[in-house]
Ligand binder design. Structure first.
Ligand code: AMP
Ligand code: MG
Length: 316
């Protein structure tokens, strides 16, 4: 099922494929060549899933799988996973955070939101505030906004001169490569892509819902005036920072269920690819069984090897 052809790559999604999740994984990958045109991608794409109900069974399978794999990653402590979420206001970054953390053990992940930099942040290089939050081995970290703001909002609002923000793409690539090489980190970057109309509809829903009115600010509406500038900045970001070691995925996000399913599928696929194993026990299991669980008949019969020799002789 094809969303669109771009001159660089087909952005195709077919969640129904019998070839499994790798299909989605591969096809959402922006190939590391220049010329990404967001205008060629349909943010309203939803594959064969017309409703959330239709996507739910697969979503549940993925949430469960992700929970198991995250537990394994936490136990193995060999890999780290960094998930970067970018997108315009109301694109669903918070929703994806809730989704990804819904089935995971809080001990194994951290969520970090990047807001306007503090004066101390601004007196340092732009990555200074980011580095302390990268995931440790065994951990999953989700960045709700990230170091990419320094080539997005900073560029659009001219918060730094061109010569400053324009060299950051390369610095970001180096930084992410550093995380990959030095700490065995998988870096997944999701650009949640919504249309301008969908954004306005979501703002309206916030107005109508007393529990979400607090989220609205005048600046959300003001930012819409810069829509085209943001799209240019996102396109450049995708062009210049989509690398093999830290790929971007453009997620059509007008339909929340499709967005959720696509993100889940890419994460579980990535974790599966790590080929993780539980660490070997640090104790002699048979010995521990014999010494501490000898009174429990059940566990003894489970593992005859652990039954003391004298007991076996007695039984005879
Ligand atoms: P929100 O995600 O809605 O809580 O808003 C956070 C705000 O912080 C957004 O308007 C971002 O554009 C802004 N922000 C995040 N990082 C930076 C940065 N490095 N420089 C300037 N503004 C930033
Ligand atoms: Mg906001």
């Amino acid at each position: 099922m094809i969303i669109c052809e771009t001159k660089l790559k087909t952005f195709a999604v077919d969640l129904s494929s019998t070839r499994g999740p790798s299909n989605l994984f591969n096809n959402h990958l922006v190939e590391p060549v220049t010329g990404v045109r967001l205008g060629d991608i349909d943010p309203g794409y939803h594959g064969k899933y017309d409703t959330r109900e239709a996507a739910l069974p697969e979503m549940q399978v993925h949430v469960q799988k992700m929970d198991q794999l995250q537990y394994l990653m936490y136990a193995e402590k060999k890999h780290a996973l960094l998930i970067v979420l970018q997108g315009l206001d109301a694109a669903g970054k918070d929703g994806v955070v809730r989704l990804v953390t819904s089935g995971t053990n809080p001990a194994g992940y951290r969520v970090v939101g990047f807001k306007q930099p503090t004066p101390a942040d601004l007196n340092h290089d732009f990555l200074w505030r980011v580095h302390p939050h990268v995931p440790a081995k065994g951990e999953l970290a989700i960045f709700n906004r990230s170091h990419y703001e320094d080539v997005l909002v900073v560029r659009v609002h001219r918060l730094a001169p061109v010569n400053v923000w324009s060299r950051r793409y390369e610095l970001i690539n180096d930084f992410e490569r550093w995380l990959v090489l030095e700490n065995n980190t998988r870096v997944l970057k999701f650009f949640l892509y919504i249309s301008k109309e969908e954004q306005l509809a979501r703002f309206k829903q916030r107005l109508d819902d007393p529990s979400r009115r607090w989220k609205i600010s005048e600046s959300d509406y003001k930012e819409r005036e810069y829509w085209d500038d943001y799209i240019d900045a996102f396109e450049d970001m995708l062009d210049k920072t989509n690398t093999h070691h830290a790929p971007w995925f453009v997620i059509p996000s007008n339909h929340k269920w499709f967005r959720d399913l696509a993100v889940l599928q890419i994460i579980t696929r990535t974790l599966e690819d790590l080929d993780m194993k539980f660490p070997e026990p640090t104790v002699d299991i048979a010995d521990i069984r014999r010494r501490y669980h000898a009174a429990e008949g059940e566990s003894m019969s489970e593992n005859p090897a652990a039954i003391p020799r004298e007991w076996i002789q007695e039984a005879r």
